[in-house]
Design a protein around this ligand. Structure first.
Ligand code: B12
Ligand code: SF4
Length: 451
């Protein structure tokens, strides 16, 4: 039997599909599904960011994952492969959280929740020509049931460049995971909704095993794909202690709490943490309370950011613009704050009500959901009616905030003088700032649709 596993790309506003020739990291979804596939299946993986999504290969079953705006393309590919006679199964966060009927209209089966518990049964059924429709994982898998992947299954790696180019070796970040889920309650978050606020960590031995396999092929830059690897601070400390002798550099995303536990921050920095994406979301406590993120406590941000900087950890701030409680003054105040606190990079987001989340329900109930075209569920589309400003003010303020944050004056102001450690990495972030500056000059209405 033949199994084709696809990670689709998404459509841009001009109707073309987003494509790239290189990308700095990779998801683990397809290699994980392959690792869970019983022996006897011939498996092929396809990353549509880099290669055509329609290939001439007679797959008996096609499995498609999707996140955010990719869902539109996922449905399109599903229809296409079904028309050719393959059985199609869809899965992932979007498919799990959106109404099942929406996906079942395009697929023979859908998997909701983690594949580990149901993938084998689903494949056996499809191979035998039957389907239950929805394969719902009724339990969380034990963390050590999560399989390690074969690194050669990462479709995004350019192996020949990895072997010959020192630049590419420092550019590409090898993905691995320590935890699944997040115990926190942010109302807009698909992760805590998908995992129902559960949180599990894999054993340190299993993670070290992954680290050493990455090192064995020459990888030194790692990315923990976790949503919040410090969700259990004591478990995180145990991991970071174990990483101390490994001589790696790593990056991840987590809450600002990392700056508030000196031992945790110290271990993170000494174990090789060089940058973190941190969801600040807003600099106002009353705004954060409304999205159940009061735990962020913005009155402490300045001190927290100083502590991270002192350890040479670059902060990529994630900030939402257009939330309830924010008026048209938010753009100025936010950029000034980020400048004053020497934040290295920022990603701004307009509020995105992902299906299944409390935020989505609230926006539907209040009639404020403006756009249900899933291909617009990216970083910067206006999906909900703002309350504190007009949609035009939000659009213009959002674009202007990007331009001001990445202006040359702001870059100099934020990036100089360099932090006391990790100068090489800092230089890389200066270059990233300059590239963003040039990109925004060429594309006045520009926001990323891929991280
Ligand atoms: C790596 C990653 C990326 C990479 C992907 C690179 C690549 N193409 O290889 C990059 C950085 C490009 C990216 C981009 C985006 N991402 Co992303 N990404 C992730 C991240 C951090 C890890 C994914 C992963 O590999 N996980 C490990 C695997 C093993 O877990 P998994 O994917 O959940 O898969 C398990 C189950 O879900 C299920 N499953 C998943 N797919 C399928 C498919 C089938 C057939 C089956 C049977 C089962 C199944 O089985 C797996 C094993 O249990 C997740 C967060 C997370 N913790 O998962 C976000 C996440 C998936 N991304 C998300 C989003 C929103 C995006 C963006 C839309 C962001 C944006 N606003 O632009 C873009 C979309 C990009 C695009 N092209 O359209 C959301 C999805 C929310 C949602 N409801 O859809 C997540 C959950 C993050 C979040 N905090 O909300 N992302
Ligand atoms: S801290 Fe991050 S991962 Fe956790 S619930 Fe909030 S947004 Fe989601």
């Amino acid at each position: 039997m033949r199994l084709l596993l696809i990670s689709p790309t998404h459509y841009l506003r001009d109707g073309s599909l987003l494509k790239t020739t290189q990308y700095w990291t990779s998801g683990l979804t397809l290699p994980t599904l392959k690792a869970l596939t019983p022996a006897g299946w011939e498996v092929r993986l396809l990353e549509e960011l880099l290669e055509p999504g329609e290939i001439d290969w007679p797959a008996d079953v096609v499995g498609i994952t999707a996140m955010g705006p990719q869902i539109v393309r996922a449905y399109e590919l599903a229809d296409l492969y079904r028309a050719r006679g393959s059985k199609v199964v869809l899965g992932g966060a979007w498919v799990s959280l959106a109404p099942a009927e929406a996906s079942l209209a395009h697929a023979d089966a859908i998997v909701t929740g983690e594949a580990e518990a149901v993938w084998r049964e689903c494949l056996e059924d499809l191979a035998a020509g039957r389907s239950k429709g929805v394969y719902r994982a009724e339990r969380w898998v034990e963390p050590d049931e999560i399989p390690s992947v074969d690194l050669h299954d990462l479709q995004i790696v350019d192996w020949s460049r990895f072997r010959r180019s020192p630049f590419y070796r420092s550019y590409f970040h090898w993905p691995l995971i320590f935890s699944r889920g997040c115990p926190l309650p942010c109302s807009y978050c698909a992760v805590q909704t998908f995992y129902k606020r559960s949180y599990r960590t894999r054993s340190v031995e299993r993670v070290l095993d992954d680290v050493r396999r990455i090192k064995a092929i020459g990888g030194r830059n790692l990315l923990f794909l976790d949503d919040n690897p410090i969700g259990d601070p004591e478990a995180a400390k145990e991991l970071f202690r174990a990483l101390l002798p490994e001589g790696i550099r790593w990056t991840s995303q987590c809450t600002i709490e990392i700056a508030r536990d000196p031992e945790l921050l110290d271990l993170a920095a000494r174990s090789g943490c060089v940058s973190l994406s941190i969801g600040l979301e807003s600099i106002d406590a009353y705004v954060l309370k409304r999205i159940r993120k009061g735990f962020n406590r913005p009155d402490r941000y300045a001190e927290d950011l100083r502590a991270l900087r002192a350890r040479g950890i670059q902060v990529i701030a994630l900030v939402m613009l257009g939330l309830d409680g924010q008026d048209a003054g938010v753009f100025d105040r936010t950029v000034s704050f980020l400048r004053a606190n020497k934040v290295s990079l920022v990603k701004f987001f307009t509020p995105a009500p992902y299906p299944g989340t409390d935020f989505h329900e609230r926006m539907v109930a209040s009639g404020r959901l403006k756009d249900q075209d899933w291909s617009h569920y990216d970083y910067g589309s206006l999906l909900v009616e703002p309350t504190g400003m007009s949609p035009d003010q939000l659009r213009d303020g959002f674009d202007e905030a990007y331009r001001r944050f990445y202006s040359l004056g702001s870059i100099a102001n934020r990036m100089l003088p360099p932090p006391p450690r990790n100068w090489g990495r800092h230089a890389g972030y200066v270059v990233a700032n300059l590239k963003s500056h040039l990109f925004l000059r060429r594309n006045p209405v520009a926001w990323g649709t891929i991280s």
